[in-house]
Write a protein that binds this ligand. Sequence first.
Ligand code: FES
Ligand SMILES: [Fe+2]
Length: 319
Amino acid sequence: MQYSPPIISCLTERLVVLKEVWYLVGESNEITKSEIVSFLTDKQEIVLFRNSENEVIAFDAHCSHLGANLKSGRLSTEGIICPLHQICFQSNGKSKPSPFGQYEQKKFKTKERFGSVFVYIGEEPEPVFPDFSLIPENKQMFETFRTQKVMATQDAILVNAFDPYHLEFVHKRKLMGSPTLHWDKKNRILEFLYTSQVIGYKLSDCIMKWISKNQIQVRIRSFNGHLFAIESDLGKVKSQLLLSLNPFPTYTLVSGILVQKKTFPVFNFLRMKLAGFLFRRFLLADLKPLEGMKLQMDHLKQDSYFRVIADCLESMKKE
Ligand code: FES
Ligand SMILES: [Fe+2]
């Protein structure tokens, strides 16, 4: 790959990337048997709760009878009760017998991983769910990032995550060797691998330099353009971050889960705080240049490296 000034810049076309998505809703302990949680995407509103078997249930927020919003309903041991005509929807989505007849509420698949709840919106078959390889599962500890509203579109964020050119300008990281980009079209996984060294002098740069002996191996994978698995190998210290994008036309809600290796309680706390600080510094650096960006697809397609990303974006376009 040849290095030249970044060519992503401005203008026009905006892609809508909305098919088949696992969304991060929140921490597992936020979904309880006593409270209805509402979750909103650009196209779908969902309500979530736990049933008496402790399973997370996710329904279309709008009652299949006349459309009242179930978020202001209530929970019973039998299911969720609509606030308007009191129809009770059981965990399987079917209503209990009611004077208005039998109804069925649209149900969404849920998953509990990394101490958090995910909901799946889309057709079957569902896409591959991210895994991590750097930290063994029995040694993982998690911390959830609160949802942030980022004034950038999803496609701009996706291209940025795989853009090797901006690393030097925005993050003060110099590439060591050639990065590799691989697009698994069948599973819609875009993978980016690179090794970098720190060339900046801010506090976070100095810490990174010191921890990593100035050699940072990074693996970024995008799963269908919505979930990002980011793995950083700093030698003795390894970090994993799962980012979830919830895109809207002019902004994106970004939330994430930081995964670190468990050791001793005091170290765990410090390690999590330090990793959170470093990841935040890194991600915050991206926000300003991405704000208000409109992706120039023509230029993206003209570059041999970015063409792979353009291909990936197009295959995720809403049909
Ligand atoms: S609108 Fe929900 S029961 Fe009538
Ligand atoms: Fe970046």
